[in-house]
Design a protein around this ligand. Structure first.
Ligand code: GLA
Length: 393
């Protein structure tokens, strides 16, 4: 898949711009094992960059204009630092929606006084869109690296991640946390990443050799969910505002223990209370992750993943019938330690932690049973933790 994609974008680059591209850039999607919907609550997350990515074939131009071909949309767009604030193309028409991600990256860099030279670029991705695997962060981190490579500044990966998040928050309009851009920028081969979303300190944790991460795609795509996502975030902020009456020192739900929450939960409106309960308990679960993995206690870690799914389903209410079917079939299968929806929810994929020697059989049986139950044809694959954004040439 990877080599096919690279050949494809290289050929299209040649056809469109009349020469070979100078650079190839890759930035991965991510899967998250624990710590869901806690990044914007200052919690801990445990994602890994995956072996599916956005690839860009790119060369500099000597004008301010950037011309992009999005192979997956079969469309082209041109913009410059002058046209992006109004979300328009060089000739005045509105930017197509896919172009908001690369244009947002240019906007965010320019806001920080970082120059973005004009580029010619062709890009494509094998991270399915709307599947909870952060296809948009992978596009952002790929363009961030492309502009860095062709301009006169260099930023550490975490800084690129933060500027990508700013692009998504302020230009695209999704109030996301830092997890996706972080994983896409900072991923490390064969490692899980443990990020403290408050201090932004992070470390790698080796993925135990005898387990595999299996991604199971329900094939039901998330639709227009930025509204629901932003509402969840607002509910968390509301919970903090109300809990401050009794716990004046809290800055975010990270500062509320499960015990304190239980004491004051009744004072919150029901919906706000359910949302906050998920966050407080999920931060408590993700707090245990490192010690459990270090002790090799995959069994218990997997149970926490299962609890996370139930909490996302019942309290945070971001699951779907298909995600629930996929997770509960998986949880009943031999060799599966834990299964849960991954990413924002509302559709997309589950992440499964499976004994390595059982992984192939697990994937086959899960696929067959999901198909029998839902009539849908899922895509199920064993993924590898990969490096973050990188220059391939
Ligand atoms: C999306 C957001 C992330 C994070 C997850 C849920 O992927 O982009 O910042 O909030 O949802 O954990």
């Amino acid at each position: 898949m990877k080599n096919e994609l690279i050949d494809r974008i290289t050929n299209i680059f040649h056809e469109t711009f009349g020469r070979a591209p100078i650079h190839l850039v890759r930035a991965p999607g991510r899967v998250n094992l624990l710590g869901e919907h806690v990044d914007y609550n200052d919690g801990f997350v445990l994602p890994a960059a995956i072996d599916r990515a956005t690839y860009i074939a790119v060369s500099p131009t000597n004008t301010a204009l950037s011309t992009l071909v999005a192979v997956d949309f079969n469309q082209q767009a041109s913009f410059s630092p002058q046209t992006i604030p109004s979300k328009t193309q060089a000739e005045g028409s509105p930017l197509p929606e896919w172009a908001h991600y690369p244009a947002g990256v240019m906007w965010s860099l320019n806001e920080d006084q970082l120059e973005t030279n004009g580029i010619n670029a062709v890009y494509a991705s094998d991270v399915p869109r709307g599947s909870g695997l952060s296809s948009s962060a992978s596009v952002e981190m790929a363009f961030m690296l492309a502009w860095q490579t062709l301009s006169n500044w260099t930023l550490p990966p975490m800084q690129r991640a933060l500027l990508g998040q700013k692009a998504e928050n302020q230009y695209v309009g999704v109030n996301c946390g830092i997890m996706d851009q972080f994983a896409s920028a900072c991923g490390v081969e064969n490692k899980l990443l443990l990020l403290d979303c408050r201090s932004l300190e992070w470390k790698t944790i080796p993925l135990p050799e005898d387990v595999s991460i299996v991604i199971a795609d329900t094939t039901v795509r998330r639709k227009l969910t930025s509204g629901e996502y932003n509402k969840r975030r607002a509910a968390c902020e509301e919970a903090v505002r109300l809990l401050k009456q009794d716990l004046p020192n809290i800055r975010s739900l990270r500062d509320v223990s499960v015990e304190e929450f239980n004491r004051f939960a009744d004072k919150l409106p029901e919906e706000v209370s359910k949302r906050a309960r998920h966050v407080v308990e999920e931060i408590e679960r993700s707090n245990q992750a490192e010690a459990l993995l270090e002790a090799g206690n995959i069994q218990r870690f997997g149970e926490l993943m299962n609890q996370c799914h139930a909490s996302l389903r019942d309290f945070y209410e971001v699951s779907s019938p298909e995600l629930n079917a996929m997770a509960s079939i998986a949880q009943s299968l031999d060799g599966c330690y834990g299964a849960r929806l991954t990413g924002a929810g509302f559709g997309g994929c589950t992440a499964n932690l499976v004994a390595r020697e059982k992984a192939d059989e697990f994937a086959r049986t899960l696929g067959a049973r999901y198909k029998a139950e839902t009539g849908l044809h899922p895509e199920i694959y064993i993924t590898r933790a990969s490096n973050g954004a990188e220059l391939l040439t």
